[in-house]
Design a protein around this ligand. Structure first.
Ligand code: NAD
Length: 289
């Protein structure tokens, strides 16, 4: 058996088509503002990708590329100005931040209504309470991808490997909200394979190439591979991207997301959908005042 490939491209296009149709009904194109500090190559590339995609789908995108030496006070001051600016609908601070800046202080400073990454504690709390709010992009994008391909969630035994606050934990919360029976495994979980073999739906967000091998997967299970790992190509050649799931798992699983081209495109699409949602909610809020 070879698993059905759950490609992110078509699902991301569908999500963006819905979002842009909604954006067209707003008085002005929603604006996303991204703040990046320093020149970390991965951050530069992620922000560039989000900016390009935002423009392609007709959103307004503004990037502040700030020096690495920017002080926390200067950053908080800029966020306060963006919070107060009604033309700004979404604010994203690209992580990781330089060590002299406290990530939590910065994330708390963003107006939760503009928190398109869904990392503000208010939005985290709303997620765990099962109330509508801005959701973290990768987990929300994964749920959209599963729905797009008709993969059932309710009543399924879901195992999430990884408990980070940007992927594993919020993904577990969203799956629980959608009536899956959820187990979260992590670096201290003994006999990981015994846990993952229980899963109808196995989601892996660890950051270790090929951690999940075929013997750890129940035949026919759906496998969502969130991992993005840079490894050297054959014979030490050009670096390639690979997931947390070994390629041979495709011989056992019923369905699987590829890396690259699986969850990655969903994350950017969900960020832009969140920007449109934030703009809609802000417009409603202003109309009610
Ligand atoms: P993280 O380092 O913050 O968290 C990793 C988690 O894995 C931790 O909770 C840890 O407990 C767990 N873990 C570590 N070793 C383990 C082991 N041997 N067995 C079981 N669990 C173990 O990472 P993150 O930010 O959640 O990212 C995870 C991966 O997903 C990375 O490869 C990252 O690049 C990728 N990622 C992809 C996207 C995307 O859009 N596709 C988005 C975010 C992150």
């Amino acid at each position: 058996m070879t698993a059905r490939l759950l490609r992110g491209g078509p699902a991301a296009d569908a999500l963006l088509a819905e979002a842009t149709a909604r954006a067209a009904r707003l008085p002005a194109p929603p604006q996303l503002v991204m703040l990046r500090l320093g020149e970390d190559p991965a951050s530069v590339s992620y922000v560039r990708g989000k900016d390009r995609r935002a423009r392609e789908v007709g959103l307004k995108s503004t990037v502040y590329a700030l020096p690495e030496t920017t002080s926390q006070a200067e950053l908080l001051d800029l966020i306060a100005r963006l919070n107060a600016d009604d033309t700004v609908n979404g604010i994203l601070v690209q992580l990781p931040l330089p060590l002299h800046i406290q990530e939590q202080t910065v994330l708390h400073a963003i107006d939760p209504r503009k928190d398109v990454d869904g990392f503000h504690p208010l939005n985290v709390g709303e997620l765990w309470s099962g109330r509508p709010a801005l959701r973290p992009c990768t987990p929300a994008g994964i749920l959209y991808l599963l729905d797009h391909y008709g993969i059932p969630v309710a009543g399924q035994r879901a195992v999430v490997v990884g408990r980070s606050s940007i992927v594993g934990r919020p993904l577990a919360g969203l799956l629980l909200h959608r009536d899956a029976t959820v187990t979260v495994a992590h670096s201290r979980t003994p006999d990981l394979g015994a846990v993952t073999r229980e899963a109808d739906l196995l989601c892996v967000a660890v950051g270790q190439p090929h951690l999940i091998t075929p013997d750890m997967v129940r035949p026919g299970a759906t496998v969502v591979d969130v991992g993005i790992n840079r490894v050297l190509g054959e014979g030490g050649g050009k670096a390639q991207l690979t997931g947390d799931v070994a390629p041979e798992v495709a011989q056992v699983a019923g369905a699987i997301t590829p890396v690259p081209g699986g969850v990655g495109p969903m994350t950017i699409a969900q960020l832009l959908a969140n920007t449109v949602l934030a703009a809609e909610l802000q417009a409603k809020g202003r109309a009610a005042r």
